[in-house]
Design a binder for this molecule. Sequence first.
Ligand code: AMP
Ligand code: MG
Length: 362
Amino acid sequence: MKKIFVICLAITMLFSTGCGTGSSSRSERNPLQSIDTAMGTVISQSIYVEADEMAAESDVMEEAEYASGADDKITDDILQNITNLEQKTLSWRLPSSEVYTVNASAGLESGISLSEDLREILAECLGVSLASDGAFDITIGKVVRLWDIDNWATAEASSDYAMPGAEELQNSLQYTGYKKLKLQENTLFLPAEMQLDLGAVGKGIALDSLREYLAENEAVRGAVISVGGSVLTYGEKPDSEPWRVAVVNPTDTGKNLGYLELRGQWCVSTSGDYERYVEVNGTRFHHIIDPATGYPADGDLSSVTVLTDDGLLSDALSTACFILGQEKGMELAESYGAEALLVDCEGNIAMTEGMGQYFHAY
Ligand code: AMP
Ligand code: MG
Protein backbone atom coordinates (compact mmCIF):
# COMPACT_ATOMS: atom_id res chain seq x y z
CA MET A 1 0.00 0.00 0.00
CA LYS A 2 2.82 2.32 0.93
CA LYS A 3 4.50 1.67 -2.41
CA ILE A 4 1.33 2.30 -4.41
CA PHE A 5 0.92 5.58 -2.57
CA VAL A 6 4.48 6.71 -3.34
CA ILE A 7 3.92 6.05 -7.05
CA CYS A 8 0.69 8.01 -7.10
CA LEU A 9 2.32 10.90 -5.30
CA ALA A 10 5.03 10.99 -7.95
CA ILE A 11 2.33 11.12 -10.62
CA THR A 12 0.45 13.83 -8.75
CA MET A 13 3.56 15.96 -8.45
CA LEU A 14 3.97 15.80 -12.20
CA PHE A 15 0.33 16.77 -12.67
CA SER A 16 1.10 20.01 -10.85
CA THR A 17 4.00 20.91 -13.11
CA GLY A 18 3.24 23.92 -15.20
CA CYS A 19 -0.17 24.71 -13.70
CA GLY A 20 -0.90 28.42 -13.94
CA THR A 21 -0.86 30.17 -10.58
CA GLY A 22 -1.48 33.68 -9.41
CA SER A 23 -3.59 34.65 -12.40
CA SER A 24 -6.84 36.43 -11.70
CA SER A 25 -8.58 34.83 -14.66
CA ARG A 26 -11.02 32.24 -13.43
CA SER A 27 -10.38 29.99 -16.43
CA GLU A 28 -6.71 29.82 -15.48
CA ARG A 29 -7.18 29.00 -11.83
CA ASN A 30 -5.54 25.94 -10.33
CA PRO A 31 -7.30 22.62 -10.69
CA LEU A 32 -9.08 20.98 -7.81
CA GLN A 33 -6.88 18.12 -6.68
CA SER A 34 -7.89 15.20 -4.54
CA ILE A 35 -6.40 11.93 -3.39
CA ASP A 36 -8.70 9.17 -2.15
CA THR A 37 -8.91 5.40 -2.17
CA ALA A 38 -11.38 3.29 -4.12
CA MET A 39 -11.23 -0.04 -5.95
CA GLY A 40 -8.48 -1.08 -3.51
CA THR A 41 -6.10 1.54 -4.86
CA VAL A 42 -5.24 5.24 -4.74
CA ILE A 43 -7.30 7.62 -6.88
CA SER A 44 -5.69 10.94 -7.65
CA GLN A 45 -7.63 13.63 -9.51
CA SER A 46 -6.71 16.96 -11.01
CA ILE A 47 -9.68 18.62 -12.71
CA TYR A 48 -9.81 21.96 -14.56
CA VAL A 49 -13.29 23.46 -14.67
CA GLU A 50 -14.39 26.50 -16.66
CA ALA A 51 -15.69 28.79 -13.93
CA ASP A 52 -17.13 31.38 -16.35
CA GLU A 53 -19.48 28.88 -17.87
CA MET A 54 -20.65 27.61 -14.53
CA ALA A 55 -21.21 31.11 -13.24
CA ALA A 56 -23.35 31.91 -16.27
CA GLU A 57 -25.54 28.93 -15.41
CA SER A 58 -26.06 30.16 -11.88
CA ASP A 59 -28.12 33.22 -11.01
CA VAL A 60 -28.59 32.24 -7.39
CA MET A 61 -25.14 31.64 -5.88
CA GLU A 62 -22.00 33.69 -5.91
CA GLU A 63 -19.73 32.61 -8.77
CA ALA A 64 -16.89 31.40 -6.57
CA GLU A 65 -19.22 29.54 -4.28
CA TYR A 66 -20.91 27.86 -7.22
CA ALA A 67 -17.64 26.96 -8.87
CA SER A 68 -16.22 25.45 -5.71
CA GLY A 69 -19.43 23.49 -5.05
CA ALA A 70 -19.43 22.16 -8.61
CA ASP A 71 -15.75 21.17 -8.31
CA ASP A 72 -16.42 19.18 -5.18
CA LYS A 73 -19.37 17.52 -6.83
CA ILE A 74 -17.27 16.55 -9.85
CA THR A 75 -14.49 14.93 -7.79
CA ASP A 76 -17.09 13.23 -5.57
CA ASP A 77 -18.98 11.99 -8.63
CA ILE A 78 -15.77 10.59 -10.11
CA LEU A 79 -14.98 8.71 -6.93
CA GLN A 80 -18.55 7.42 -6.76
CA ASN A 81 -18.34 6.33 -10.39
CA ILE A 82 -15.28 4.17 -9.60
CA THR A 83 -16.88 2.76 -6.45
CA ASN A 84 -20.07 1.88 -8.36
CA LEU A 85 -18.09 0.09 -11.02
CA GLU A 86 -16.37 -2.00 -8.37
CA GLN A 87 -19.54 -2.71 -6.38
CA LYS A 88 -21.96 -3.31 -9.24
CA THR A 89 -19.80 -4.94 -11.89
CA LEU A 90 -16.16 -5.86 -11.33
CA SER A 91 -15.53 -7.17 -7.83
CA TRP A 92 -15.07 -10.91 -7.35
CA ARG A 93 -15.41 -10.29 -3.59
CA LEU A 94 -18.67 -8.33 -3.25
CA PRO A 95 -21.98 -10.22 -3.60
CA SER A 96 -23.47 -7.03 -5.10
CA SER A 97 -21.30 -7.27 -8.22
CA GLU A 98 -22.08 -8.94 -11.52
CA VAL A 99 -18.71 -10.74 -11.66
CA TYR A 100 -19.50 -12.27 -8.25
CA THR A 101 -22.82 -13.56 -9.61
CA VAL A 102 -21.14 -14.84 -12.76
CA ASN A 103 -18.54 -16.70 -10.68
CA ALA A 104 -21.34 -18.23 -8.62
CA SER A 105 -22.83 -19.57 -11.88
CA ALA A 106 -19.77 -21.75 -12.64
CA GLY A 107 -20.96 -25.13 -13.88
CA LEU A 108 -24.54 -24.03 -14.65
CA GLU A 109 -25.61 -25.76 -17.84
CA SER A 110 -27.96 -22.94 -18.78
CA GLY A 111 -25.14 -20.41 -18.45
CA ILE A 112 -25.77 -16.88 -17.20
CA SER A 113 -27.13 -13.84 -18.96
CA LEU A 114 -24.76 -10.86 -18.96
CA SER A 115 -25.37 -7.13 -18.95
CA GLU A 116 -24.33 -5.44 -22.19
CA ASP A 117 -21.43 -3.71 -20.36
CA LEU A 118 -19.97 -6.93 -18.97
CA ARG A 119 -20.52 -8.77 -22.26
CA GLU A 120 -18.46 -6.13 -24.06
CA ILE A 121 -15.72 -6.23 -21.40
CA LEU A 122 -15.45 -10.03 -21.57
CA ALA A 123 -15.45 -10.05 -25.37
CA GLU A 124 -12.59 -7.53 -25.44
CA CYS A 125 -10.65 -9.51 -22.80
CA LEU A 126 -11.07 -12.73 -24.78
CA GLY A 127 -9.68 -10.92 -27.81
CA VAL A 128 -6.52 -10.00 -25.88
CA SER A 129 -6.23 -13.60 -24.60
CA LEU A 130 -6.32 -14.84 -28.17
CA ALA A 131 -3.84 -12.23 -29.40
CA SER A 132 -1.43 -12.92 -26.52
CA ASP A 133 -1.71 -16.69 -26.91
CA GLY A 134 -3.19 -16.98 -23.43
CA ALA A 135 -0.61 -14.88 -21.56
CA PHE A 136 -3.46 -12.58 -20.56
CA ASP A 137 -6.30 -14.67 -19.17
CA ILE A 138 -9.16 -13.49 -16.95
CA THR A 139 -10.04 -17.11 -16.08
CA ILE A 140 -6.97 -17.05 -13.79
CA GLY A 141 -9.22 -16.38 -10.73
CA LYS A 142 -8.65 -19.68 -8.94
CA VAL A 143 -4.86 -19.24 -9.09
CA VAL A 144 -4.99 -15.59 -7.99
CA ARG A 145 -7.12 -16.63 -4.97
CA LEU A 146 -4.57 -19.29 -4.03
CA TRP A 147 -1.78 -16.73 -4.04
CA ASP A 148 -4.14 -14.41 -2.11
CA ILE A 149 -2.84 -11.49 -4.17
CA ASP A 150 -5.64 -9.10 -3.24
CA ASN A 151 -4.56 -9.19 0.40
CA TRP A 152 -0.86 -8.55 -0.22
CA ALA A 153 -1.22 -4.79 -0.37
CA THR A 154 -2.60 -4.62 3.13
CA ALA A 155 -0.50 -7.43 4.67
CA GLU A 156 1.47 -6.05 7.59
CA ALA A 157 4.33 -8.48 7.28
CA SER A 158 5.22 -11.06 4.67
CA SER A 159 6.31 -13.43 7.45
CA ASP A 160 2.63 -14.34 8.07
CA TYR A 161 2.19 -15.33 4.48
CA ALA A 162 1.67 -18.99 3.53
CA MET A 163 2.73 -19.62 -0.04
CA PRO A 164 0.53 -22.00 -2.05
CA GLY A 165 1.98 -25.47 -2.57
CA ALA A 166 3.17 -26.62 -6.00
CA GLU A 167 0.56 -29.36 -6.10
CA GLU A 168 -2.43 -27.17 -5.29
CA LEU A 169 -1.22 -24.61 -7.83
CA GLN A 170 -0.91 -27.28 -10.48
CA ASN A 171 -4.35 -28.58 -9.55
CA SER A 172 -5.93 -25.11 -9.80
CA LEU A 173 -4.61 -24.64 -13.34
CA GLN A 174 -7.12 -27.19 -14.65
CA TYR A 175 -9.87 -24.69 -13.75
CA THR A 176 -8.34 -21.93 -15.85
CA GLY A 177 -8.12 -21.37 -19.59
CA TYR A 178 -9.98 -18.81 -21.70
CA LYS A 179 -10.62 -21.37 -24.44
CA LYS A 180 -12.94 -23.25 -22.06
CA LEU A 181 -15.12 -20.16 -21.67
CA LYS A 182 -18.17 -19.97 -23.94
CA LEU A 183 -19.70 -16.58 -24.74
CA GLN A 184 -22.78 -16.98 -26.94
CA GLU A 185 -24.41 -13.64 -27.67
CA ASN A 186 -24.98 -12.35 -24.14
CA THR A 187 -24.93 -15.71 -22.37
CA LEU A 188 -21.77 -16.87 -20.66
CA PHE A 189 -21.06 -20.52 -19.87
CA LEU A 190 -18.47 -20.70 -17.12
CA PRO A 191 -17.15 -24.24 -16.55
CA ALA A 192 -17.46 -25.73 -13.06
CA GLU A 193 -14.91 -24.32 -10.59
CA MET A 194 -13.67 -21.65 -13.02
CA GLN A 195 -13.46 -18.15 -11.56
CA LEU A 196 -13.07 -14.84 -13.39
CA ASP A 197 -10.69 -12.16 -12.13
CA LEU A 198 -10.82 -8.73 -13.76
CA GLY A 199 -7.97 -7.31 -11.66
CA ALA A 200 -5.82 -6.81 -14.74
CA VAL A 201 -8.37 -4.56 -16.46
CA GLY A 202 -10.42 -2.96 -13.66
CA LYS A 203 -8.39 0.25 -13.51
CA GLY A 204 -8.48 0.65 -17.27
CA ILE A 205 -12.23 0.02 -17.37
CA ALA A 206 -12.57 2.75 -14.74
CA LEU A 207 -10.69 5.17 -17.03
CA ASP A 208 -13.11 4.42 -19.89
CA SER A 209 -16.07 5.05 -17.62
CA LEU A 210 -14.57 8.32 -16.32
CA ARG A 211 -13.85 9.54 -19.83
CA GLU A 212 -17.57 9.12 -20.63
CA TYR A 213 -18.52 10.98 -17.46
CA LEU A 214 -16.17 13.88 -18.26
CA ALA A 215 -17.42 14.10 -21.85
CA GLU A 216 -20.97 14.57 -20.56
CA ASN A 217 -19.90 17.31 -18.16
CA GLU A 218 -19.61 20.52 -20.15
CA ALA A 219 -17.94 22.42 -17.32
CA VAL A 220 -14.82 20.21 -17.44
CA ARG A 221 -12.10 21.61 -19.68
CA GLY A 222 -9.33 19.22 -18.77
CA ALA A 223 -8.54 16.46 -16.32
CA VAL A 224 -5.89 13.99 -15.35
CA ILE A 225 -7.02 11.10 -13.17
CA SER A 226 -4.89 8.27 -11.85
CA VAL A 227 -6.51 5.00 -10.78
CA GLY A 228 -3.59 3.06 -9.29
CA GLY A 229 -1.08 2.55 -12.08
CA SER A 230 -3.48 3.69 -14.81
CA VAL A 231 -3.84 7.33 -15.84
CA LEU A 232 -6.47 9.12 -17.96
CA THR A 233 -5.68 12.47 -19.55
CA TYR A 234 -8.61 14.45 -20.93
CA GLY A 235 -9.08 17.80 -22.66
CA GLU A 236 -6.50 20.49 -22.08
CA LYS A 237 -4.94 22.68 -19.45
CA PRO A 238 -5.86 26.35 -19.32
CA ASP A 239 -2.23 27.27 -20.09
CA SER A 240 -2.17 24.86 -23.07
CA GLU A 241 0.79 22.97 -21.59
CA PRO A 242 0.74 19.21 -22.23
CA TRP A 243 -0.17 16.68 -19.56
CA ARG A 244 2.84 14.98 -18.00
CA VAL A 245 2.51 11.42 -16.74
CA ALA A 246 5.41 9.91 -14.82
CA VAL A 247 7.00 6.58 -15.70
CA VAL A 248 8.28 5.04 -12.48
CA ASN A 249 11.73 3.48 -12.31
CA PRO A 250 10.91 -0.15 -11.46
CA THR A 251 14.28 -0.74 -9.79
CA ASP A 252 14.09 2.41 -7.66
CA THR A 253 10.39 3.17 -7.26
CA GLY A 254 10.94 6.45 -5.43
CA LYS A 255 12.29 7.84 -8.69
CA ASN A 256 10.92 8.25 -12.19
CA LEU A 257 12.63 7.17 -15.41
CA GLY A 258 10.97 10.05 -17.21
CA TYR A 259 7.53 11.16 -18.25
CA LEU A 260 5.08 11.02 -21.14
CA GLU A 261 4.05 14.36 -22.57
CA LEU A 262 0.48 14.05 -23.84
CA ARG A 263 -2.17 16.29 -25.33
CA GLY A 264 -5.87 15.47 -25.15
CA GLN A 265 -7.38 12.10 -24.44
CA TRP A 266 -5.09 9.19 -23.54
CA CYS A 267 -4.91 6.16 -21.28
CA VAL A 268 -1.59 5.10 -19.78
CA SER A 269 -1.30 1.81 -17.87
CA THR A 270 1.73 0.32 -16.21
CA SER A 271 2.25 -3.24 -15.03
CA GLY A 272 5.35 -3.86 -12.94
CA ASP A 273 6.87 -6.44 -10.61
CA TYR A 274 7.27 -3.73 -7.95
CA GLU A 275 3.57 -2.79 -7.75
CA ARG A 276 2.33 -5.63 -5.59
CA TYR A 277 4.42 -8.43 -4.18
CA VAL A 278 5.15 -10.61 -1.20
CA GLU A 279 8.54 -11.80 0.05
CA VAL A 280 9.06 -15.37 1.22
CA ASN A 281 12.47 -16.32 2.64
CA GLY A 282 14.09 -13.47 0.75
CA THR A 283 12.46 -14.32 -2.58
CA ARG A 284 10.04 -11.86 -4.08
CA PHE A 285 6.81 -13.09 -5.68
CA HIS A 286 4.89 -10.50 -7.69
CA HIS A 287 1.24 -10.32 -8.74
CA ILE A 288 1.36 -10.97 -12.50
CA ILE A 289 0.85 -14.68 -13.04
CA ASP A 290 1.98 -16.71 -16.01
CA PRO A 291 -1.11 -18.83 -16.80
CA ALA A 292 1.17 -21.54 -18.21
CA THR A 293 2.82 -22.20 -14.82
CA GLY A 294 0.60 -20.66 -12.13
CA TYR A 295 3.67 -18.79 -10.81
CA PRO A 296 4.58 -15.10 -11.17
CA ALA A 297 5.78 -14.44 -14.72
CA ASP A 298 9.52 -14.91 -14.79
CA GLY A 299 10.43 -13.16 -18.03
CA ASP A 300 12.93 -10.46 -18.91
CA LEU A 301 10.83 -7.43 -17.91
CA SER A 302 10.42 -5.33 -14.77
CA SER A 303 7.71 -3.04 -16.06
CA VAL A 304 5.63 -2.25 -19.12
CA THR A 305 3.84 1.05 -19.79
CA VAL A 306 1.22 1.08 -22.54
CA LEU A 307 -0.30 4.16 -24.15
CA THR A 308 -3.59 3.93 -26.10
CA ASP A 309 -6.85 5.86 -26.34
CA ASP A 310 -8.73 2.95 -24.70
CA GLY A 311 -8.46 2.25 -20.96
CA LEU A 312 -9.35 -1.45 -20.94
CA LEU A 313 -6.91 -2.11 -23.73
CA SER A 314 -4.03 -0.16 -22.16
CA ASP A 315 -4.53 -2.11 -18.92
CA ALA A 316 -4.94 -5.54 -20.55
CA LEU A 317 -1.96 -4.99 -22.84
CA SER A 318 0.39 -3.83 -20.09
CA THR A 319 -0.32 -7.05 -18.18
CA ALA A 320 -0.08 -9.22 -21.31
CA CYS A 321 3.17 -7.61 -22.56
CA PHE A 322 4.77 -8.01 -19.12
CA ILE A 323 4.14 -11.76 -19.22
CA LEU A 324 5.18 -12.16 -22.87
CA GLY A 325 8.52 -10.43 -22.38
CA GLN A 326 10.28 -7.84 -24.49
CA GLU A 327 10.16 -9.31 -27.98
CA LYS A 328 6.66 -10.78 -28.07
CA GLY A 329 5.30 -7.99 -25.84
CA MET A 330 6.48 -5.38 -28.30
CA GLU A 331 4.86 -7.31 -31.15
CA LEU A 332 1.57 -7.56 -29.27
CA ALA A 333 1.44 -3.81 -28.52
CA GLU A 334 2.22 -3.00 -32.14
CA SER A 335 -0.47 -5.38 -33.38
CA TYR A 336 -3.01 -3.25 -31.48
CA GLY A 337 -1.50 0.02 -32.71
CA ALA A 338 -0.60 0.83 -29.07
CA GLU A 339 2.61 2.47 -27.89
CA ALA A 340 4.67 0.64 -25.29
CA LEU A 341 7.69 1.31 -23.11
CA LEU A 342 9.32 -1.81 -21.71
CA VAL A 343 11.93 -1.84 -18.95
CA ASP A 344 13.96 -5.00 -18.58
CA CYS A 345 15.35 -6.46 -15.37
CA GLU A 346 18.65 -4.57 -15.85
CA GLY A 347 16.83 -1.27 -16.27
CA ASN A 348 17.26 -1.01 -20.04
CA ILE A 349 14.42 0.71 -21.88
CA ALA A 350 12.90 -0.44 -25.17
CA MET A 351 10.07 1.40 -26.91
CA THR A 352 7.74 1.05 -29.86
CA GLU A 353 8.68 3.46 -32.60
CA GLY A 354 5.87 5.91 -31.87
CA MET A 355 6.53 6.06 -28.11
CA GLY A 356 9.65 8.16 -28.68
CA GLN A 357 7.59 11.25 -29.50
CA TYR A 358 5.84 11.12 -26.09
CA PHE A 359 8.55 9.84 -23.70
CA HIS A 360 11.11 12.18 -22.17
CA ALA A 361 13.84 10.49 -20.13
CA TYR A 362 15.36 12.18 -17.06
P1 AMP B 1 -1.98 -5.46 -13.59
O1 AMP B 1 -1.46 -4.87 -12.34
O2 AMP B 1 -2.92 -4.58 -14.35
O3 AMP B 1 -0.90 -5.99 -14.48
O4 AMP B 1 -2.90 -6.69 -13.20
C1 AMP B 1 -2.49 -7.69 -12.30
C2 AMP B 1 -3.71 -8.31 -11.68
O5 AMP B 1 -4.42 -9.04 -12.69
C3 AMP B 1 -3.38 -9.31 -10.60
O6 AMP B 1 -3.45 -8.71 -9.32
C4 AMP B 1 -4.45 -10.37 -10.79
O7 AMP B 1 -5.65 -9.98 -10.15
C5 AMP B 1 -4.71 -10.36 -12.27
N1 AMP B 1 -3.83 -11.23 -13.07
C6 AMP B 1 -2.63 -11.78 -12.72
N2 AMP B 1 -2.10 -12.48 -13.74
C7 AMP B 1 -2.98 -12.36 -14.77
C8 AMP B 1 -2.99 -12.85 -16.12
N3 AMP B 1 -2.02 -13.61 -16.61
N4 AMP B 1 -4.05 -12.52 -16.90
C9 AMP B 1 -5.06 -11.76 -16.43
N5 AMP B 1 -5.10 -11.27 -15.18
C10 AMP B 1 -4.08 -11.56 -14.36
MG1 MG C 1 -3.32 -4.47 -16.42
